[in-house]
Design a protein around this ligand. Structure first.
Ligand SMILES: *Cc1c(COP(=O)(O)O)cnc(C)c1O
Length: 223
């Protein structure tokens, strides 16, 4: 795989207003340096224990995104530097991010993860849970988080119509929320959807942020 070419090609074909997060999970630092040398600065990891050593080893001007499931007890390690957390899936987690961010005097940007896939295993709020969250007065007390959008993962299937419908549903929800009176911690600008196998569909359905690993680095080794 030619990492530089893959990133350049991807970026050239992105519509205005759509951001590429290069997903570096399981990739060694040297591969990430190749992506960095191609001029890319926005990287995503799905595990805190992998993100920490990589953020130490690599240049400071990288914007690190945490894209995978986050446990409350690990929040404190990433809030001092993380650029965006894509995977907030409970109020408890959002409160912990707020608490730890206050300690280091930061406001941490977050996305709420919605469960849009048919599969049981994926994390995220249902639409009903999201609506309940939005009406919870606790949200108004959170001064050290900013909810800047939504994230979702489509079903892992070759049925592209299903994938499209799942993305369309999320975009629809995103637009409905934007037209509502929301708690002041919410400032919706970002819709994170689309991975290597489905980012083209996601872009057609209105994604503003795609998270791509395999299409840039090749298949990950099984661990
Ligand atoms: C691994 C991962 C991706 C990227 O997956 P690819 O298929 O390699 O592009 C995107 N989002 C999340 C949450 C991931 O864990």
């Amino acid at each position: 795989m030619n990492i530089r070419n893959n990133i350049t090609n991807l970026r050239q074909n992105l519509p205005d207003g759509c951001t590429l997060v290069v997903v570096t999970k399981t990739q060694p630092v040297q591969k990430i340096e190749e992506a960095y040398a191609a001029g890319h600065r926005i990287f995503g990891e799905n595990k805190v224990q992998e993100l920490l050593p990589k953020s130490e080893a690599l240049p400071r001007d990288i914007q690190w995104h945490l894209i995978g499931h986050l446990q409350s007890n690990k929040v404190k390690y990433i809030v001092p530097f993380v650029h965006l957390i894509h995977s907030v899936d409970s109020l408890k987690l959002l409160e912990e991010i707020n608490k730890q961010s206050a300690k280091v005097n930061r406001v941490t940007s977050c996305l709420l993860q919605l469960h849009i896939a048919k599969e049981e295993t994926k994390f995220g709020f249902s639409e009903k849970e999201l609506m309940d969250l939005l009406s919870n007065p606790i949200l108004n007390t959170l001064a050290n988080v900013r909810v800047v959008g939504l994230m979702g993962m489509a079903s892992f299937t070759h049925n592209t119509e299903q994938v499209r419908n799942e993305f369309r549903g999320l975009k629809n929800l995103f637009d409905r929320l934007k037209s509502m009176a929301l708690p002041k911690v919410m400032e919706l600008t970002t819709l994170s959807m689309g991975m290597s196998g489905d980012y083209r569909i996601a872009i057609e359905e209105g994604s503003t942020m795609i998270r791509v690993g395999t299409a840039i680095f090749g298949a990950r080794e099984q661990v």
